[in-house]
Design a protein around this ligand. Structure first.
Ligand code: ATP
Ligand code: MG
Length: 682
């Protein structure tokens, strides 16, 4: 087989990982590649898949799992390019039928095998917000109302539930370690979670965690596990450090002897402990198989210049423990990373846009630059500044309109038409009909539950007494058998009058719905569309009309979590201040702090050449209602202590007055009382 070319530019260890066991008759024994950021792990994984294909592996029998749909698509495109180089005509990315996230693959396995494992194949998938809403319904059902008893908010309840499920731990331990302020509610939470699980079952609903939990549960049956595991000869996983115990168990079930298994990752980049990911998975991987899995490490960084790498190494060098060693690079030239202080977040936004445009002037496309931040809401000021100055951008996973009421209405309608037992969707949709309140909606949904075939029963349930003439239209729309994606157009047609009735800005919202429809046409079925939207929403563009920016140049905005695995020539990190990275100072345990340190490390190691960290001295925190939203006075993140400050160039920036003199920030009156409240809250 002609393999020359693509193997040549790999270093020895990369090549060993790519070729590992490929020549053998059977799939290779398990392999772990563990190495630091930018050492070519993902690149090695892509080459390994290509090498398998070039050597005759069946693309339909390869399972590729990574942490986002975007990362999976990028991986398959790389495989296509490499195989094209080797074979003339490449193996098309689409031929790799099984590339995605653990959750999306789980959804597919469960849907395809639903009847065999006792699930109704029409199950709906709840996103985090739907899940919180269902949690809320259960909370009210049990009388655990928040206002009366200071019971934890629905989002907190869901976070506790999710962490307990994913870590396979006891509720008491999770409460003690991560939610100590909720410790007194253990009994009530147990009841609540019991009710929540029952509700999901009764309503034929799976939440995000169930996709792993149910998958792991059915894998406990060896016959079923073998059946699923036999779908693939090779299972390859990127970013393995961010998997949790359920995922490790699923993997064990798929390939009990580990043959065909390749996992790659970096323990220093583990940043999903809040979803119960555990770095133990990667550290324990070799010993989980008999004989032990082979381990290959990589020690050269190809991504960053020496000064960027030195600064990142210094940050992670302070970590309490880690397995992967520092890397070396021969990209010697380049400036030190910068720490720029600002009086305000507004200054930070202005200066970053200045720098981005300057870099574009000198030949760095917008696409080769990124601005990263801790939480999606931190980019608000920056987005406003970019819009004001006409700089196009794409925000990863930020399709904001998905959170808006009208889009949720329409998606809930689609879900309800497929699964009439879905209460969260049901309450939302039925109450769109004037005259139908929560009580009436509840009665209709209960009546449906009692029928064997709730879908056709909708037509027979008597209309609620005060429902207007719009009721029959709803029933008709819910029960049509229109094919996909015409079903969505019909749903929209049904929804239009409600849109006009409910919203003054119906025109703008109509544009969102059209955009939604456009996205939907890219999907083969309503199920795949709804699954993707629930699990991994598409990226948002700055272009309000939603026209895809194909050939256009645009800046990337991303949370640090979503930037994992990627790289840009120039990277700006927003708000590198205490209270933001690390966040949540009040409640952080040592483990939580260590995770925040790794988060900063992940952000810094995205940069190839230029890196700047912004330190606004006043910034705004939204704290999900716990402490309330407020301005805080901030200082440079504790992860860059004085001892390593020599790895950076530290400057202050303030805007110039029209006459060229620096503007003196007006002294801000300090609200001492508010600061004290902030310090003592919780
Ligand atoms: P991360 O930990 O951030 O996910 P990674 O270890 O997966 O990083 P890659 O993204 O695969 O690293 O590679 C980093 C960069 O180094 C990419 O631009 C890649 O093309 C380049 N690279 C990897 N290996 C080599 C090599 N042998 N020769 C030249 N460039 C390489
Ligand atoms: Mg990678």
């Amino acid at each position: 087989m002609g393999t020359a070319g693509y193997l040549d530019k790999l270093n020895d260890n990369q090549r060993a990982a790519v070729e590992y066991g490929v020549a053998g008759d059977a799939p290779a024994p398990p392999l772990l590649v563990i190495a630091g950021a930018g050492s070519g792990k993902t690149s090695t994984l892509a080459h390994r898949v290509a090498h398998l294909l070039v050597n005759g592996a069946d693309p339909r029998r390869i399972l590729l799992m990574t942490f986002s749909r975007r990362a999976a698509a990028e991986l398959t495109r790389r495989v296509e390019r490499i195989t094209a180089q080797a074979l003339g005509t490449g193996i098309a990315a689409e031929a790799l039928l099984w590339a995605g996230t653990f959750h999306s693959i789980g959804a597919r396995i469960l849907r395809e095998n639903a009847t065999a494992i006792g699930l109704d194949p029409d199950f709906s998938i709840h996103d985090r917000e739907d899940s919180a809403d269902l949690m809320n319904l259960c909370r009210h059902g049990l009388g655990l109302s928040q206002t009366e008893s200071r019971f934890p908010a629905k989002g907190t309840c869901l976070a506790i539930y999710s962490r307990t499920v994913n870590s396979e731990a006891l509720l008491a331990a999770v409460l003690q370690d991560h939610f100590p302020w909720c410790g007194g509610w253990e009994r009530e939470l147990k009841r609540l979670f019991g009710a929540y699980v029952e509700a999901k079952q009764a309503q034929n609903v799976l939440d995000y965690d169930d996709l792993l939990l149910a998958w792991a549960q059915v894998m406990a049956d060896p016959a079923f596990a073998a059946h699923v595991g036999d779908t693939w000869d090779h299972v390859l996983i990127d970013e393995y450090q961010d998997t949790n115990r359920l995922q490790a168990r699923i993997l064990q079930g798929l390939k009990p002897d580990g043959r065909g298994l390749t996992v790659v990752g970096d323990d220093a980049q583990s940043i999903y402990a809040f979803r119960a990911a555990t770095v133990r998975n990667i550290l324990d991987f070799p010993g989980g198989y008999e004989p032990r899995a082979d381990v290959i490490t990589l020690d050269r960084n190809y991504r960053s210049t020496q000064p960027v790498l030195a600064a990142a190494n210094a940050v992670i060098g302070e970590a309490r423990e880690r397995f992967t060693k520092d890397l070396w690079t021969d990209r010697a030239s380049g400036a030190k990373p910068r720490i720029v202080t600002y009086a305000t977040e507004g200054d930070q936004a202005r200066h970053i846009v200045d720098q981005v445009l300057e870099a574009r002037e000198t030949g760095t496309r917008l696409m080769d630059q990124a601005v990263l931040f801790r939480t999606s809401s931190h980019s608000v000021q920056l987005e406003a500044e970019l819009t004001r100055r006409n700089v196009p951008y794409v925000k990863f996973g930020g399709l904001k309109f998905l959170d808006s009421a009208h889009v949720k209405d329409l998606l809930a309608f689609l879900r309800l038409s497929r699964n009439p037992r879905d209460r969260v969707a049901g309450f939302r949709v039925l109450q769109l009909v004037p005259g139908v309140g929560p009580k009436a909606a509840g009665r209709v949904l209960e009546a449906l539950d009692l029928t064997a075939d709730p879908r056709s029963a909708i037509a027979e349930v008597p209309a609620p007494p005060r429902a207007t003439a719009d009721w029959p239209a709803l029933v008709e729309a819910l029960t049509t058998d229109a094919p996909w994606p015409a079903a969505l157009s019909l749903a929209r047609a049904w929804y239009e009058p409600h849109l006009d009735r409910l919203h003054e800005d119906a025109e703008a919202r109509r544009a969102d719905l059209l955009q939604l429809e456009q996205i939907a046409t890219g999907y083969p079925s309503a199920e795949t569309f709804l699954t993707d939207l629930a699990l991994d929403p598409p990226d948002a563009t700055s272009d309000q009309a939603g026209v895809p920016l194909k050939d256009e140049d645009y800046l990337i905005l991303s949370t640090i979590h979503s930037a994992k695995g990627q790289e840009w020539k120039s990277v700006h990190v927003l708000n590198a201040v205490d209270g933001c990275i690390p966040s949540d100072l009040g409640t952080g345990t040592t483990d939580d702090l260590e995770e925040e340190r790794r988060l900063l490390y992940v952000a810094m190691t995205r940069a190839k050449e230029a890196l700047s960290l912004g330190v606004p001295q006043r910034f705004y925190v939204t704290n999900q209602g716990r402490n309330g939203d407020r301005h805080v006075y901030a200082s440079r993140t504790r992860f860059i202590p004085k001892t390593i400050l020599d790895r950076f160039e530290v400057t202050h920036w303030s805007p110039l007055r029209p006459d060229g003199a620096p503007v003196r920030a007006a002294p801000q009156p300090i609200d001492v009382a508010a600061r004290m409240r902030g310090m003592w809250a919780d």
